[in-house]
Design a protein around this ligand. Structure first.
Ligand SMILES: *Cc1c(COP(=O)(O)O)cnc(C)c1O
Length: 320
């Protein structure tokens, strides 16, 4: 057995989205609510962190060091995790320190994380230096890479597919999700192959060219499988990624995201976020409207979180 520390609120609900499905022309839409996994407002990083924390504690960690952009959901959930388990948390964030903290950044601060600011260009260098500094100070740091997308982290999403199968509510033809540092999609893909399920996993790329993301997903899926002693044979060409919705780039909310957020809110009472889930849902809606999916297919949108970002500058101002 792979060590895991169970703290996420699981299983998360799987629900039909009937009103949205009929509004879009009679599609069978479902949602998996990983925005409800706990750890200070939920999100996909909670599942990965269950395995990563076990690894960190086995290594004697007293401090979690991780990295992200200014509104990182991963950093906020890591900060909450550290608080919950009595560890120090140091976050290396790329961006300009604002006068007023909003959204995830406000939560990082409330959760007691120490924040180191840097530019995106310098981020890896500053991360390494921060880790070394923590080590020299005797703080027993454990480094969690971007998005906790390690083979260990990806195990969280292998188990998530098992969870969905056990819930026995729907066997989707498609799972659509926001994909970025590849760990979430890799875990899903690995488990779908392992169980020989018919489900296709479509990653809507948030910030990368499809070819690059396909390679990362294929590599991580194989490595996650290895952690379980399984050989997962897949090539990057087997990985389904759409990178048509990169818009203005990472963290830039445009019309696609705004419309998707408003539609989910008004049709289903479900809140998406500006950076990840708004973009992925916007992509899914566009693909539905273009006839990409067959109306008989069950399409499951995997909600990965991102909701605190709704309350962050500059996004909240763009809605009013
Ligand atoms: C990190 C994140 C993703 C992407 O997951 P990866 O495993 O990095 O691909 C999707 N949605 C939200 C809300 C996230 O925070």
């Amino acid at each position: 057995m792979i060590p895991r520390i169970c703290f996420a609120h699981l299983p998360t609900p799987v629900e039909p989205m009937r009103r949205l499905g009929s509004f879009l022309g009679g599609y069978k839409l479902w949602i998996k609510r990983d925005d409800l996994t706990g750890l200070a407002f939920g999100g996909n990083k909670a599942r990965k962190l269950e395995f990563v924390l076990a690894e960190a504690l086995a290594n004697g960690a007293k401090t979690l060091v991780t990295v992200g952009s200014i509104q990182s959901n991963h950093c906020r959930q890591t900060a909450a995790l550290a608080a919950r388990f009595g560890l120090r948390c140091v976050l290396v964030l790329s961006g300009e320190k604002p006068n007023q903290f909003t959204g995830n950044l406000l939560l990082d601060e409330l959760l007691g994380a120490e924040i180191i600011w840097c530019s995106l260009d310098e981020r890896s260098k500053v991360l390494r230096a921060t880790f070394e500094h923590e080590w020299e100070m005797g703080h027993r740091p454990f480094l969690i890479p971007l998005g906790a997308s390690t083979p260990t982290g990806a195990l969280g999403y292998m188990y998530a597919i098992e969870e969905l199968a056990q819930q026995d509510v729907v066997i989707p033809d498609w799972i659509v999700l926001a994909s970025s540092s590849a760990g979430t999609q890799a875990g899903m893909v690995a488990e779908v192959i392992r169980r020989q399920l018919k489900t296709k996993i479509l990653g809507i790329s948030i910030d990368q060219e499809a070819s690059h993301l396909r390679q990362s997903v294929a590599k991580l899926a194989a490595e996650a499988g290895e952690r379980l002693g399984e050989k997962i044979a897949l090539s990057p060409d087997d990985v389904l990624v759409n990178s048509d919705y990169l818009g203005g780039g990472y963290g830039v909310m445009g019309e696609l995201e705004v419309n998707a957020i408003r539609l989910f809110a008004k049709m289903e009472g479900i809140l998406l976020g500006p950076v990840y889930t708004g973009r992925a849902a916007g992509g899914m809606i566009d693909l539905i409207q273009r006839g990409f999916f067959h109306p008989d297919e069950n399409i499951l949108f995997w909600h990965t979180g991102d909701t605190p970002t709704l309350f962050a500058d500059p996004y909240s101002r763009q809605f009013t």
